[in-house]
Design a protein around this ligand. Structure first.
Ligand code: TXA
Ligand code: MG
Length: 352
């Protein structure tokens, strides 16, 4: 398939490019576009044939439901029934933005979009390009992250090109996603609200609006052996997994650096390639391997934004052993560690 690549200028699309994207989506095709979290792979959410194409292009298991993206809060009522007040309360504060709500679906949302579930995930993104495309294309766009299933989510158009070029109709290049981690997912379809996936909208931020909210057990998982059934089907997969063997080191940062230096040297002595995921504050302390800085410990947003790019970098280089520092595990750090732990297959070494 011929994939058209278009560049958005200063955060918005030219009228003719927007029209071209909308034409593709209207006739059931696939368009990847930037959002503030990660790039999404869009298709008409109400057209079963269109959403099926997403699964093919990504190589995604068909039981893993898609998020329906809307461009206006009022459209929630078109696809959702029995909307609880808490949904409106959260939507008013956090939409447009990196929050996805799970609600009970209306019959017009096809089973192929929801993976056969009776609920639907719904998000109103902040990125203007995304909202313009959604509004011009029928208003309901299913969009998972625009990566091949199992790879880290794309935060740049070049990541999408690497995974999906030739498999989809269009890629809209809108520069780098500002947040770099997928949206927080909150399930409001049952009795009590539950966080199914941590993200930039933290537990504290949610609780300030709707009161007590718990994490799904999967979010708190610290070992691959725990017997947990994830409520968000996609969270059960060890995606974000790099090709190399990734291990996280946690504890006093000086001990972490020391332990990683020893391990890195051992691997290099055996002729294996080594990558190190460090923070700006510690990058200079590593003596071996290729050191990549993901961000500053003083600014967790920079770490969130840098994570997937670094994982993809080591994949591109076929780095065999990757050692990472661990990061704070509250607030945004909870989301960062959740993705890092999955990427590492929960391989974490405590050095204290
Ligand atoms: O930030 C994001 O959310 C990005 C951008 C593109 O919006 N999208 C994204 O989509 O991360 P995806 O498909 O990569 O992740 C969606 C997650 C999956 O883990 C899926 O299982 C879960 O949401 N999900 C979708 N519908 C659900 C439902 N009805 N019930 C429970 N989990 C659901
Ligand atoms: Mg994904």
């Amino acid at each position: 398939m011929n994939t058209i690549i278009i560049k958005a200028d200063k955060g918005s699309l030219r009228e003719e490019d927007l029209q071209a994207a909308s034409n593709i989506l209207h006739r059931g095709g696939l368009v990847a576009f930037p959002t503030e979290t990660v790039y999404g792979l869009g298709a008409d959410a109400l057209n079963p044939k269109a959403s099926k194409k997403i699964y093919e292009a990504k190589g995604r298991p068909s039981d893993n439901p898609l998020i329906v993206h809307i461009s206006d809060i009022k459209h929630i009522e078109d696809i959702v029934r029995n909307i609880p007040n808490k949904a409106y309360e959260l939507a008013e504060v956090f939409w447009p933005g990196p929050l996805t709500l799970i609600l009970n679906k209306k019959p017009n949302v096809p089973a192929s979009t929801t993976g056969g579930l009776d609920t639907v995930a719904i998000r109103l993104p902040a990125a203007k390009i995304a909202r313009d495309i959604i509004a011009a294309s029928g208003g309901f766009i299913a969009a998972p992250s625009a990566n091949t299933s199992g790879k880290p989510s794309p935060t740049k158009a070049e990541h999408v090109i690497a995974d999906l070029y030739g498999k989809i109709d269009m890629i809209v290049d809108g520069g780098e996603s500002t947040l770099g981690l997928e949206s927080t997912i909150v399930d409001l379809s049952g009795q009590d609200p539950i966080i199914l996936r941590p993200g930039s909208i933290t537990k504290t931020m949610l609780e300030n609006v709707i009161g007590n909210i718990e994490y799904d057990a999967e979010v708190l998982r610290r070992s691959i052996n725990e017997n947990i059934v994830a409520k968000a089907p996609g969270m059960k997969y060890l995606h974000y997994a790099p090709e190399g063997c990734l291990t996280i080191y946690e504890g006093d940062i000086q001990n972490v650096v020391k332990a990683i230096n020893i391990k890195a040297k051992e691997c290099l002595d055996l002729g294996r390639s080594v990558g190190i995921i460090a923070s700006k504050e510690t990058a200079g302390l590593y003596e071996y391997g290729e050191v990549k800085t993901i961000g500053s410990r003083k600014d967790e947003n920079s770490i969130a934004a840098g994570l997937y790019g670094v994982l993809r970098y080591f994949d591109k280089n076929h780095t065999e052993f990757i050692f990472s520092e661990s990061f704070a595990s509250d607030e945004l750090g909870q989301a960062i560690m959740n993705r890092l732990l999955k990427a590492a297959g929960y391989r974490i070494v405590s050095v204290d």
